[in-house]
Design a protein around this ligand. Structure first.
Ligand SMILES: CC(=O)CC(=O)SCCNC(=O)CCNC(=O)[C@H](O)C(C)(C)COP(=O)(O)OP(=O)(O)OC[C@H]1O[C@@H](n2cnc3c(N)ncnc32)[C@H](O)[C@@H]1OP(=O)(O)O
Ligand SMILES: NC(=O)C1=CN([C@@H]2O[C@H](COP(=O)(O)OP(=O)(O)OC[C@H]3O[C@@H](n4cnc5c(N)ncnc54)[C@H](OP(=O)(O)O)[C@@H]3O)[C@@H](O)[C@H]2O)C=CC1
Length: 278
């Protein structure tokens, strides 16, 4: 299969890596060569770790050899499937899908890894709503089992079947849900992270204590503030905005502290500082 990925950030890089581990021929796009170089280095490091642990059936070089990196969207013309993983912004994604709809061969399927943005709106922008779907991987992609499969209003059965089978070929467990703001994963996860941030703002406890309470008390692998830093506070804020606007209920109001930290450029792990310093 010719597998395309748009965005070489933490999610795009992980999706490209797992697609290549599954034997697919992969092309990855980002806006600038330096972002592609950074994405490639992250993939190399992850493959090295998996190889060390005997969790890779091919050598890291073989897997990496299946991936090409490009700044030219025209290189996606022959793709059977393109998964988009760029910034969580509806306008920017919609414009990208309009271009992909004109570039990728007509029978190619387009998918978004969006955390929360309506699949149906992006499907309309693509001009091929029957062959459009949400394919939502979890972070870190090489380690997490789930792919949330979100059907838009006009997604065909054939497209849903193809994505389910592709996720399985990638060693993931696909689970289906419908197109509502935040789908299932982030409708449930993100209010918890937002509430943890609200606890920091109100001085309920120090970040370390909040994380410790949720790790030791609820057996969560990461505390909510560590996880928010890991996801990216900009992405968390964007998801909360979609929940708040899309569901129209103030229980989804983003914490003012979350908003302020994003305004200050404290985006979590990717910027070196969030609730913790990296
Ligand atoms: C926002 C959205 O739209 C949706 C989302 O994705 S929400 C986020 C969902 N993800 C989560 O909730 C993740 C929660 N965290 C976890 O499950 C775990 O902490 C984890 C799987 C990430 C790490 O596992 P862990 O056992 O707790 O910790 P850790 O010891 O750090 O990691 C295990 C190993 O995996 C390795 N590892 C971590 N990321 C890796 C990657 N991308 N590739 C390869 N190896 C990796 C670590 O280096 C570590 O290796 P060593 O044992 O050699 O040091
Ligand atoms: N972080 C997470 O835990 C998860 C995120 N997601 C979703 O995946 C998507 C990507 O998130 P993530 O990988 O974390 O984000 P990153 O910030 O790591 O990467 C985003 C990518 O989008 C590119 N980008 C930014 N602006 C534009 C633009 N205007 N046009 C084209 N490309 C652009 C970035 O390139 P540049 O370097 O140029 O900015 C970068 O390659 C989002 O939709 C997010 O909601 C889904 C599951 C989990």
């Amino acid at each position: 299969m010719n597998f395309g990925v748009i965005g070489a950030g933490q999610m795009g890089g992980g999706i490209a890596q797992v697609a290549a581990q599954s034997g697919f021929t992969v092309v990855v796009h980002d806006q600038k060569q330096e972002f592609l170089d950074r994405g490639r280095a992250v993939i190399e490091k992850s493959l090295g770790k998996l190889h060390e642990k005997g969790k890779l059936s091919d050598t890291p070089e073989t897997v990496l050899g299946r991936i090409t990196f490009t700044t030219d969207l025209a290189d996606f013309a022959a793709c059977d499937l393109v998964v988009e993983a760029i910034v969580e912004n509806e306008g920017i994604k919609a414009e990208l899908f309009r271009r992909l709809g004109e570039t990728v061969k007509p029978e190619g399927i387009l998918a978004s890894n969006t955390s929360s943005i309506p699949i149906t709106a992006l499907a309309t922008a693509s001009g091929r709503p029957e062959r459009f779907i949400g394919m939502h991987f979890m972070n870190p992609v090489p380690l997490m089992a789930l792919v949330e499969v979100i059907r838009g209003y006009r997604t065909s059965d054939e497209t849903a079947r193809f994505i389910t089978e592709t996720a399985e070929k990638m060693g993931k467990t696909p689970l289906a849900c419908n197109d509502f703001p935040g789908f299932v994963s982030n409708r449930i996860l993100m209010p918890m992270l937002n509430e943890a941030i609200q606890c920091v703002m109100e001085g309920v406890a120090e970040p370390e204590a909040i994380d410790g309470i949720m790790k030791l008390g609820m057996n969560h692998p990461m505390g909510p503030l560590t996880l928010a830093d890991f996801i990216g506070l900009d992405t968390c804020l964007a998801i909360m905005e979609v929940l708040h606007q899309g569901l129209g209920d103030d229980k989804y109001r983003p914490s003012p502290l979350l908003r302020k930290m994003v305004q200050a450029g404290r985006l979590g792990r990717k910027s070196g500082q969030g609730f913790y310093t990296y």
